[in-house]
Write a new protein. Structure first.
Length: 122
């Protein structure tokens, strides 16, 4: 088994695990609203109890929000295929993988410790 990635984030930054856990859990469903194998990979790789964030309705709500925002971005890219997308508070989001049209310019922005963790996976 590979060595787990140590997580050193502030309390605010730890909230990035809410949508991550939701997408990972959703990916295991028979007919997922959002399929995100990278979220499953990250949940399994971090030395952190991510699954505590998958309890309750919060994860499900973030999955629906993810699906809606994915559609907004796809609509934008349909109108502006060479457009630029700036994702603020990107966390460990994988939206680029789901909506990439091969021409978009994508910029992920977040706090330094979050970006440092993100670089471990992307």
């Amino acid at each position: 088994m590979a060595e787990q990635v140590k997580v050193e984030l502030g309390a605010v930054q730890e909230t990035l695990f809410i949508p991550l856990a939701g997408r990972a859990r959703e990916s295991g469903r028979k007919h997922p609203v959002v399929r995100d194998p990278k979220a499953v990979e990250i949940v399994d790789a971090v030395d952190f109890d991510v699954r505590r964030y998958s309890r309750g309705w919060g994860g499900g709500v973030t999955v629906l929000r993810t699906a809606v925002f994915d559609e907004y971005v796809r609509a934008f890219l349909a109108e502006h295929p060479d457009g630029t997308v700036v994702e603020l508070g990107t966390g460990l989001n994988t939206r680029f993988d789901r909506v990439d049209n091969g021409r978009v310019r994508w910029i992920d922005l977040d706090l330094p410790d979050t970006i440092a963790l993100r670089r471990r996976f992307f």
